[in-house]
Design a binder for this molecule. Structure first.
Ligand code: SAH
Length: 543
C-alpha cells in the first residue's frame, strides 16, 4: 500500500489542461508539477486519496527532448509560466489538442480537424498589462506573484512574459512605496494600505497607466510618489487610485480616482486608435490579438451589405476593425465605462456605422430583435464562462448565417457549439491562436454556419430528445457530494462545487458563494477536489 512520502519510479503519460504531468501507479492517477510526457522520474508521493494522488519530482531519470531546461521554477510555481518547461512548438500542439479534446468530449465531434495553433516568433515579454499583489515578506514590502493555490507571495523582479518596461515601473513603484513607508496589505489581519500595483502599457503607443489599489481613500505622501514616477517614466500619462475595501479575491473595487493625467491610455490595433480606461477589458497580447481578430474577420467572410453584431464588445476593438467592410455594426457590452470608450473610439476612428448598447448581451439580442435588426454575422467574444442558454436561444432565433465565436475557454466554447449545433448550426472551422505563450491558456476562433432549412427541421426534432436528457441529467449538490465521496473519498463543500460549476460556465443561483461572515477570505477549491468535481459533472453530463 502506497503512502505519503514514498518514492516510486513512474513514467509521465500526459498533461492535464493546466499543465500538470499525469502518471499512473498502483491503480492511482497522480498529478505531478514540472513533469512532461515521456519523462521517467522518481516521484515522491505528496498525497493520496482513493483514486488520485499528487506527487513531486524527486529525481529525473529520463528527460523529455521537449523540455525547456532553462526555465526558473519560480515561474512554474507561481503559474506565470505554468507550461514554460515545455518547448514552444510543443506548447502550440498542446493547445490545439486541448481544443480538439474539448470538441470531442463536450461537443461530441470526434474527428473535427482543428487548425494548427498560430504562435509567436518571440514568445516572451508580450504582456501589455500586469497585476501584482503587494505584501510584506520577511519584514519588507514586496511585489511578486502568489504561489499557485495559495496567498503566499513570492517576490519577483523579472516577470518573464511582461513587457520589460512594465517590470521596471513595478519595481520602481515598489522601491518608492518602501521609501515612503506606505504599508502593504495584510489580508489575514485586514491591515495595511497598498493591495496591488496594476500597470497597463499601449503596445504601439508606449503610453502607460499605473493603478494603485488601496484599502482606503487616504494616501500618504502620494504627491511625492507621483512626482518621482513621472520624472523617471515620462511615458506614464495616467495614475489612478482604485479603492477596494472588500475581502475576497477581486483585485479592483468600484471606486476609481484619477490622481494624475488622463483617465485612459491610447493604443492602436489593426490601424485604429483606442482609448482604454482602467476598468475596460483590453487583450493583454496586442500582436496576437490582432492575429486573432484578423482570423475572426477572415472566417466571417464579410460583404458590404452585412449587418454584424459584435457581442461582448469591450471597448469596440473587434467591430471597429471590420466596420469599414460592412453596412452596420451593433456592439453590446455590460461595463458602462467600456461602452463609453467604444463610442469615443468609433468617433476618433471616423466610423459612423456603429451603434453601442450598454447592457447584458442577452437583453440586447431581444431588444435588437424587437427593433427588427437582422444580422448576417454574429461575432461573440464572451468571458471564460461562455454564453448563457438565453443568449444562445435569442441569437439563434435571429438566424445569422454565420456565428464567429472567439473563446478563451475551450470547454465552455465546446458546450456552446453543441448547443448551436442543436439549433441548426454546423461547426466549419476552428483556429487556436496563442495569446498567452508559456501558460496553459488557450484562445480560439470557431466558425459556425447555418444549415439549410431541411436539415434544420431534422435537428429541431432531435433537440426535444436532447433537452429531455440534459434536464434529467442535472444533479443536485447532494448527489455531486455523494458521488465525489464515493469515488474519490473526498468531502467537497457546496461552495467548492459552485466554484467549479461557475468555472465550467454552469448557471448558478445568485449569491451562491457569497460568504455570510464578513471579513473572511473565501476558500478556493484545491486542484485535487476540482478534478474530482469535474469528474462528477462529466458523470452527470452537466459538462
Ligand atoms: N471583444 C472585446 C472584449 C472581450 S472580453 C475585446 O476583444 O477586447 C469579454 C467582455 O464581455 C468584457 O468586456 C466583459 O465586460 C463583457 N461581458 C461580460 N459579461 C457580459 C454580458 N453578460 N453581457 C455583455 N457583456 C459582457
Amino acid at each position: 500500500m502506497l503512502r505519503k512520502n514514498d518514492i516510486v519510479d513512474v513514467e509521465i503519460q500526459d498533461l492535464t489542461h493546466e499543465g500538470l504531468g499525469i502518471a499512473k501507479y498502483d491503480g492511482l492517477v497522480f498529478f505531478v508539477e514540472n513533469a512532461l510526457p515521456g519523462e521517467k522520474i522518481q516521484m515522491r508521493v505528496l498525497k493520496i486519496t482513493k483514486k488520485i494522488g499528487f506527487g513531486k519530482v524527486e529525481n529525473f531519470l529520463e528527460l523529455s527532448p521537449n523540455r525547456n531546461q532553462g526555465l526558473n521554477l519560480a515561474y512554474l510555481r507561481t503559474g506565470i509560466a505554468d507550461i514554460g518547461h515545455l518547448a514552444y512548438p510543443q506548447q502550440l500542439m498542446f493547445k490545439a489538442k486541448q481544443v480538439s479534446d474539448a470538441l470531442y468530449k463536450i461537443a461530441k465531434l470526434p474527428d473535427f480537424a482543428v487548425l494548427p495553433t498560430l504562435g509567436m516568433d518571440q514568445p516572451y515579454a508580450y504582456r501589455n498589462k500586469a497585476q501584482v499583489p503587494v505584501r510584506r515578506v520577511n519584514g519588507q514590502l514586496e511585489t511578486g506573484f502568489f504561489r499557485k493555490n495559495s496567498h503566499e507571495l513570492m517576490p519577483i523582479s523579472d516577470y518573464l512574459i511582461q513587457d520589460p518596461e512594465i517590470d521596471r515601473l513595478i519595481n520602481f513603484t515598489r522601491d518608492l512605496l518602501r521609501h515612503y513607508d506606505l504599508s502593504p496589505y495584510n489580508e489575514i489581519e485586514k491591515t495595511g494600505l497598498i493591495r496591488n500595483v496594476v500597470v497597463r502599457k499601449g503596445h504601439y503607443s508606449g503610453e502607460m497607466m499605473l493603478i494603485l489599489v488601496t484599502t482606503r481613500p487616504k494616501l500618504f505622501r502620494i504627491d511625492q510618489v507621483i512626482e518621482k514616477i513621472i520624472a523617471a517614466f515620462p511615458a506614464v500619462v495616467s495614475i489612478i487610485q482604485n479603492i477596494n475595501d472588500q475581502t475576497g479575491n477581486a483585485i479592483m473595487g468600484k471606486d476609481y480616482r484619477t490622481l494624475y493625467g488622463k483617465a485612459t491610455i491610447t493604443d492602436s490595433m489593426l490601424g485604429n486608435q483606442y482609448d482604454i480606461s482602467a476598468q475596460s477589458f483590453y487583450q493583454v497580447n496586442t500582436v496576437m490579438a490582432e492575429k486573432l481578430y484578423q482570423t475572426a474577420i477572415n472566417f466571417s467572410d464579410l460583404a458590404p451589405d452585412d449587418i454584424v453584431i459584435d457581442a461582448y464588445s469591450g471597448i469596440g476593438t473587434i467591430g471597429q476593425s471590420l466596420a469599414k467592410q460592412v453596412k452596420h455594426v451593433y456592439g453590446v457590452e455590460v461595463i458602462a465605462a467600456a461602452v463609453e470608450d467604444a463610442k469615443k473610439n468609433a468617433k476618433r476612428n471616423g466610423l459612423t456605422n456603429v451603434t453601442y448598447l450598454a447592457a447584458a448581451a442577452e437583453t440586447a439580442m431581444t431588444q435588437w430583435s424587437q427593433e427588427g435588426v437582422k444580422p448576417n454575422v454574429l461575432i461573440v467574444d464572451p468571458p471564460r464562462k461562455g454564453l448563457t442558454e438565453s443568449f444562445i436561444q435569442a441569437s439563434a432565433a435571429m438566424a445569422p448565417e454565420k456565428i464567429t465565436y472567439i473563446s478563451c475557454n475551450p470547454a465552455t466554447m465546446a458546450r456552446d457549439i453543441k448547443h448551436y449545433q442543436e439549433l441548426g448550426y454546423q461547426l466549419t472551422k476552428v483556429q487556436p491562436v496563442d495569446l498567452f505563450p508559456q501558460t496553459h491558456h488557450v484562445e480560439t476562433v470557431a466558425l459556425l454556419s447555418k444549415l439549410n432549412t431541411d436539415k434544420h427541421i431534422d435537428v429541431e426534432i432531435k433537440l426535444d430528445e436532447l433537452d429531455l436528457t440534459s434536464a434529467e441529467s442535472k444533479a443536485t449538490y447532494a448527489q455531486i457530494k455523494e458521488y465525489v465521496l464515493e469515488k474519490f473519498g473526498l468531502k467537497v463543500s457546496t461552495l467548492y462545487i459552485a466554484q467549479i460549476k461557475k468555472k465550467c460556465g454552469i448557471e448558478l443561483r445568485e449569491h451562491y458563494n457569497k460568504s455570510k461572515k464578513q471579513k473572511q477570505i473565501i476558500p478556493q477549491c484545491t486542484p485535487e477536489k476540482e478534478e474530482a468535481i469535474m469528474d462528477a459533472l462529466r458523470h452527470f453530463k452537466m459538462i
